[in-house]
Design a protein. Structure first.
Length: 119
């Protein structure tokens, strides 16, 4: 499976962005991770195949919504109330378990899209 993330950009604090991740084929669990300069890649959110179950990191809960359109093989990450500390490269990934948050639990990765939040 090939994944391609898009939708990043420069936004002011408090603003919103919607990231998209297109897959070349059928996927099961899809997740979003982010990596800021000098930091490890961290889990942001994940969604089950049906879309009925989601999992969010505490740092983004209430500000971020993950969703998917299986007909389009696309997963979205709607982000609002963005903060400068949300600045990072955002990666989408495909895995098997929605409850496992380690990056090594995901098998396929997109190339990442840069999100920059200015204060």
């Amino acid at each position: 499976v090939q994944l391609q993330a898009s939708g990043g950009g420069l936004v002011q604090a408090g603003g919103s962005l919607r990231l998209s991740c297109s897959a070349s084929g059928r996927t099961t669990v899809m997740g979003w991770f982010r990596q800021a300069p000098g930091k490890e890649r961290e889990f942001v959110a994940a969604i089950s195949r049906s879309g009925g179950t989601t999992n969010y990191a505490n740092s983004v809960k209430g500000r971020v919504t993950i969703s998917r359109d299986n007909a389009k093989n696309t997963v979205y990450l709607q982000m609002s109330g963005l903060k400068p500390e949300d600045t990072a490269i955002y990666y989408c990934a495909a895995g098997l378990s929605i409850w496992l948050r380690g990056a090594n639990e995901y098998d396929y990765w997109g190339q990442g899209t840069q999100v920059t939040v200015s204060s």
